[in-house]
Design a protein around this ligand. Structure first.
Ligand SMILES: [Mn+2]
Length: 312
């Protein structure tokens, strides 16, 4: 496969690099890691990094590319093969299309090549190894992006998706002279205001007698501190994690846009996915979510979590 990818890259004058919507650090990191390496290797080619943007863009403004150019381009799509994770206009126009992903999902879009490695911690880890196999120099800015992707998806090498190969790959990137202190500060330092919100949040976490921790973020709380639903729902659920006595935790957040309550369910070792599915949601075995209409339904979910916590 490497030979074919090498020939494709060599043959195309125009290369477009896309990734999933609402990008996380791995989506950005793999994208810009590939982008900077290809730009350095082929300065004469037109190379573009496209997609939506958010607060995790530590790189540069995204490129805008006309459909006519895409139709003549080699298009890379990174960190997903799932249609619902993609912006159609980012990938449907292409001459040849290559997907690179580490997720377990089935591919449900047309592809010319699909590089898949579910053992890999991150797409950034895969791209790093691909660049090495292709014999392309990993420049310092490419290494910085790829390293960010790896730490994003492994929680700074803490999750058990981290393998010996992940660490070997990270070592190659560190050899390029990146400053990890600077990178970690950029990503993980937070404001006093943020820390204070987390304090207020944690102070009214409830713990059931089955040791399920939960928090109800009602409309009044969201409005009083002028908070973003996503920041509260997905951004603060982790405040209840890593506590010895708490095996299961959940975060329930009122969303004024949809007038629904977003439910984030988490667990250390008892799968909570079936409970999310019961209420019309989905996700991973130990980290999943759903949305419901009323606080009464939320109480039912808490009951289900309590029941699960009691099972041995
Ligand atoms: Mn990923």
């Amino acid at each position: 496969m490497e030979r074919e990818i090498y020939n494709l890259i060599k043959d195309f004058d125009s290369i477009v690099i896309a990734r999933h919507k609402n990008p996380d650090l791995d989506a950005y990191g793999s994208q810009f890691g590939l982008y900077y390496a290809l730009k350095a290797r082929f300065p004469e080619k037109k190379i573009y990094a496209i997609g939506d943007t958010n607060s995790l863009n530590f790189f540069q403004e995204m490129d805008k590319v006309d459909d006519d150019i895409k139709k003549e381009s080699l298009v890379f799509v990174l960190d997903t093969v799932a249609k619902q994770m993609l912006n159609e206009e980012d990938y449907i126009h292409n001459k040849k299309i290559v997907f690179i992903d580490h997720h377990r999902n089935m591919i449900d879009v047309d592809s010319d090549y699909y590089i898949r490695d579910t053992e890999s911690s991150s797409t950034a880890e895969m791209v790093t190894n691909l660049l090495i196999q292709l014999g392309f120099e990993i420049t310092k800015d490419s290494a910085r992006a790829l390293y960010m992707g790896i730490i994003g998806d492994t929680g700074r090498f803490m999750y058990n998706s981290t393998t010996a190969n992940t660490l070997r790959t990270a070592a190659v990137l560190l050899d390029k002279g990146i400053n990890i202190q600077e990178i970690h500060d950029l990503i993980y330092l937070e404001s006093i205001e943020n820390k204070q919100i987390k304090n207020i949040f944690f102070n009214s976490v409830k713990i059931t007698k089955e040791n399920v921790a939960y928090r109800k973020n009602k409309k009044e709380f969201i409005e009083k501190y002028n908070l973003d639903t996503n920041f509260v729902s997905r951004g603060l659920v982790g405040q209840m994690s890593g506590i010895k006595e708490i095996p299961i935790w959940a975060n329930f957040t009122y969303d004024s846009a949809s007038e629904r309550i977003f439910c984030e369910l988490r667990s250390r070792n008892k799968p909570v996915l079936d409970i999310a599915k019961k209420y019309g949601g989905g996700g991973h075995l130990y980290a999943c979510g759903c949305s419901v209409e009323t606080w009464e339904e939320v109480d039912k979910i808490i009951k289900d979590l309590n029941k699960l916590a009691k099972e041995r």
